[in-house]
Design a protein around this ligand. Sequence first.
Ligand code: ATP
Ligand code: MG
Ligand code: FE
Length: 368
Amino acid sequence: RLVLGIETSCDETGAAVLDETGHILGESLHSQKEVHLRTGGIIPTVAQQLHRENLERVVQEALERSAVDPSRLSAVATTVKPGLGPSLGVGLEFSRRFVRRHDKPFIPIHHMEAHALTVRMLRPVAFPFLVLLVSGGHSLLAVARGVNDFLLLGHALDEAPGDTLDKVARRLSLIKHPRCSTLSGGQAIELLAKEGDRTRFPFRTPMGQTYDCCFSFAGLRNQINMTIMKNEAEEGIEQGTLLSCVNDIAASTQHTVASHLAKRTHRAILFCKANGLLPSNSPTVVLSGGVASNEYIRKALTVITDATGLSLLCPPAKFCTDNGVMIAWNGVERLREGKGILPPDVDVSYEPKARLGVDMTAQVKAAA
Ligand code: ATP
Ligand code: MG
Ligand code: FE
């Protein structure tokens, strides 16, 4: 059985064909990253236009590279939630026409479910496991109990960590930095942090007095902005021209983001242990999403998993960021279980906001 996966939820246009074992027959990915870097953030109508310009070709490429005719597909899986409405709409409209034309079943995909399950394409990871997903639009901790069976332990109360890193990078004009001109904010900060002193600016770790599993990064970004302003003022230079302590700001920022993520994950592990939510035999934390490609953050989480006797699994960076492969894999998993497979002519709409799984955040808070 072969599944075509299509991803357009944010700023990546992706498509891939997978077989039932998770073997990638062919894939294609078009990133809009550089365009959005230049405009200083994603403009939804621009993202939509770029998906429109590229999706057909990306799907064609994935099919050609896999040497699969559409008639041989068992189903088409497409991200329909959550994400930018205009972007989701392009993928959904294309997919609806495609499945009708080729008379194929349609599998609507939750983008965060796909991020959570990707690891199972690469190695056998049994349910249940704890998963931390961190990206430009999301920050969440959940127990994955099955393909479409999640318990949401915590989520972002304001902005997501990738968004914070992108905004700090923009505030520092890192795009003008010779070594960072083509890097995302998170990548730029990781690179500069390698030569920085993380103790130079001791930012407060967010929500130090709240013992639940939710995340907050807006306050941290405010602290960072104040520090940047103060240093610009002291040097009497224009906004976004700071050079002297950029590495130290990057290192301190990365350290505080890592510390917040690690503390929340520790809390989630304790909650899971107290409530028997993870197996006693080789319990696992899966880390994914774009921010999970950060080595420093991975190491910080390893400290927590080592101390609590869990193992940390993280897909390689190319499977942490958005792509068509993870959507196709989610389709494979759903097809195997016969869950959420729709006829070609069914009417589906996209949902910009969609929570993953059963909301347990109140129970986590109450247990603190
Ligand atoms: P969604 O939240 O819907 O998954 P997204 O497009 O933000 O959408 P990804 O493509 O998974 O999701 O992640 C992109 C984010 O990851 C960006 O904010 C980027 O700065 C961040 N990122 C990428 N590489 C790194 C890194 N090495 N360190 C830290 N953050 C990184
Ligand atoms: Mg993206
Ligand atoms: Fe994503």
